[in-house]
Design a protein around this ligand. Structure first.
Ligand code: ADP
Ligand code: ASP
Ligand code: MG
Length: 422
């Protein structure tokens, strides 16, 4: 008998029929003697629907104008699905209780829409578990010190689940979703993508941060920090499959590197369509310019990703970087109004139709020529590379958005990811 946390994503909770199946699966685990905590997402489409209603009422305002109310609104999606799951479990004869994050002391900071979990009060949950109940806790949300409801950012239920598992010292956190594990790349883009039986924590961290939305990056960070065993698996298998078989299915996020991982030089390909490129043209090539541009951007709370500075010609240079596409208009405006006049730069240009494609693998540490192979593959497809960024276990390129699928498919093939691992 162990304390297990299950997380079910939006598609897995997408209809009453699917909720009933989740309930049957959870009841099976409880009958096998496990103490069960379940963290559901809102039913699929619900978070977007709610945020869409707000946009109808305030179309002009940037999302930040109503941050507090938007979080209060979005959090209701998970409250509804949690209560529905508790009802489904009770109707199967399985005692169960649902709680919103604030009811079990999920304390966060007050950064609306990207709040971070600071502490969780486990007493109430443990008492219910000891009384034989399945405890359901809303994903995606918490409460700040002043009692305001906060949310953790899109995809945040993954992070709720891992944080709850850590707080309760669970045996394992199982992330049930609409694919049966972590693949070499998004199987919806490359049908030949293969499921990985294990993926190292570091690779998963890179893949999540580079755009593989199968797990929210902060859930992976949490799991790594507290060494919480974490597995991604399908909620679409028959609910009554053998529990031991189910427990071994999917993809394990591993904290130990084994030899096989080193064998695969590239383990996965991630892509991100949500970035935009901004260039400040004709800035003087003198010390402190990069700091001046990027400090202005950071002061406006805008995160910068890939950065590139060209060589100078006639003492002038061009400086480009990428930001999240939501911040694109704000960044261009800011640079035009302050930085350009201050620095005497020529102009600011932008391109929102770009994407970032990355290859990831811990084997890259010990192999040379991986990045050059990536560039060659892209060149053979006639794809122009606009920016490059590397780290020990990844190489990313920024390219025209219209070539994204072509680039991902070509790289997937060239690095042998469509072939069964040896
Ligand atoms: P949930 O609603 O269960 O949280 P998400 O939509 O957030 O599910 O994440 C699952 C989706 O992630 C899959 O349907 C798949 O399209 C996408 N995805 C992206 N990259 C990968 C990958 N490398 N492996 C598996 N799925 C991936
Ligand atoms: N419902 C939230 C979202 O759509 C959180 C989640 O699904 O993890 O982003
Ligand atoms: Mg998700």
């Amino acid at each position: 008998m162990a304390l297990i946390v299950h997380k079910y994503g939006g598609t897995s909770m997408g209809s009453t029929e699917r909720i009933r199946n989740v309930a049957r699966r959870v009841a099976k685990w409880a009958r096998a003697g496990h103490q069960m905590v379940v963290v559901p997402s809102a039913m699929s489409g619900e978070t977007n629907r709610l945020l869409g209603l707000a946009r109808e009422l305030a179309p002009e305002a940037p999302d930040t104008s109503y941050s507090r109310e938007l979080d209060a609104l979005a959090a209701t999606g998970e409250q509804a699905s949690s209560a529905l799951l508790a009802i489904a479990l009770q109707s199967l004869g399985q005692p169960s209780v649902s709680y919103a994050g604030w009811q079990v002391g999920i304390k966060t900071n007050n950064a609306y829409n990207k709040a971070r979990i600071e502490s969780i009060d486990d007493a109430r949950v443990l008492a219910d578990l000891n009384a034989g109940k399945v405890v359901i806790i809303t994903g995606f949300q918490g409460v700040d010190d002043e009692g305001n409801i906060t949310t953790l950012g899109r995809g945040g239920s993954d992070t709720s689940a891992v944080a709850i598992a850590v707080a309760l010292k669970a045996h394992e956190c199982l992330i049930y979703t609409d694919v049966d594990g972590v693949y070499t790349t998004d199987p919806r883009v490359v049908p030949e993508a293969r499921r990985l039986q294990t993926v190292s924590f570091e690779e998963m961290l890179e893949m999540a941060s580079l755009g593989s939305k199968v797990l929210q990056i902060r859930s992976v960070e949490f799991a790594g920090k507290y060494k919480m065993p974490m597995r991604v698996l399908s909620s679409f298998t028959d609910w009554d499959i053998d529990i031991n078989e189910e427990a071994k299915s999917g993809t394990l996020i591993s904290f130990e590197e084994d030899e096989n991982m080193e064998k695969a030089i590239v383990s996965g390909i991630a892509f991100n369509r949500d970035e935009a490129k901004v260039s400040v043209l004709g800035v003087p090539d003198t010390p402190g310019i990069a700091a001046q541009i990027l400090c202005a951007v950071a002061d406006a709370n805008i995160e910068v990703d890939v950065i590139i500075q060209n060589i100078s010609k006639d003492g002038k240079t061009d400086f480009s970087f990428t930001v999240h596409s939501n911040d694109f208009a704000k960044t261009v405006e800011l640079l035009k109004s302050t930085v350009v006049p201050q620095l005497g730069a020529q102009e600011v240009t932008g391109d929102a139709k770009i994407c970032k494609v990355s290859i990831v693998g811990i084997g890259m540490r010990s192999h040379v020529g991986v990045a050059s192979k990536m560039f060659r593959v892209l060149a053979e497809e006639g794809i122009n590379i606009q920016m490059i960024s590397t780290s020990e276990i990844k190489t990313s390129v920024v390219i025209d958005e219209k070539y994204m699928e072509l680039a991902v498919r070509a790289l997937h093939k060239a690095f042998g990811l469509d072939q069964p691992a040896v």
